[in-house]
Design a protein. Sequence first.
Length: 315
Amino acid sequence: MAKLNSTEWIWRDGEFIRWQDATVHVLSHSMQFGSSAFEGIRCYSTPRGPAIFRLEDHLQRLLNSCRMYRMEMRYTVDELVAANCELVERNGMDACYLRPMVIRGYGAAGMVPFDSPVEVYLPCWPWGAYLGDHAMENGADTCVSSWHRMAPNTTPSMAKIAGNYLGGQLIKMEALANGFDEAIALGPDGMISEGSGQNVFIVHRGTVYTTPLNGTLLPGITRDSILTLARDAGLEVKEMPLQRDFLYAADEVFLTGTASEVTPVRSVDKLTIGAGRMGEVTRMLQRTFLDVAHGRADDKYHWLCHVRAERAVAT
Ligand SMILES: Cc1ncc(COP(=O)(O)O)c(C=O)c1O
């Protein structure tokens, strides 16, 4: 379980406020109706100081989430990049997790949100391996959830919005209650969708498979990074509908996400995957991903936003 480790400062609508002062009214719209758009972003320790992984891509996804829910966003990606970099520096962070949030505050009494102001908060805090260091090396024990992901055209799966995470909570809590680390959920068509907070990859006879963007899953930025790195490494990559049983026949299964990074799966429904330890392809992709994120490998896609360099340009 991950409890919040507080830091000193949170950015709120253009100013820095103390962590303990970042409070909202119990009747704010987002509290009542789950209407906050948010992101999860990692900042890595690199030889050039802290670097935020794919910051612009995350912020663009945040702006897209706001757009879909008609939340008027007053800040540009560039302004939010600068604010996040200042946040990391002010809090004296090296490696940390950033959680930009756009909420609808106090005002609207009912579901129609327009009488509630849109407020932007940028917190960050230190956060280690989401499924634990043990799972990063030895793999997570997973199950297939009895809860399905949302159907396309119910709520937009491309939006990272708090309400979408009710399903994720049910999926994760059921897994934990049954003694698993994580669960993989199916979509309404019975095909594999995603984990509670991760995209799913399968390796079978040297080919890397993942599910297509079909309206049931979040288009993960880590997913996109892994697809890029796998193609770069000369692996065959296929985005296609995957049936549940493919998990049991897989040579390797792994999960990707900002919090989970690249986490191998050791078992699904108590059936051991491959040899029951991290497979070669997973290991190579995990290493390559972490090498880029930690600034140990060439950042040829410009995925790292170096906080100090960014601040030096801004001031
Ligand atoms: C439901 C869900 N799917 C997938 C992901 C992976 O997305 P990303 O790699 O952008 O963190 C996340 C994490 O944000 C998530 O919450």
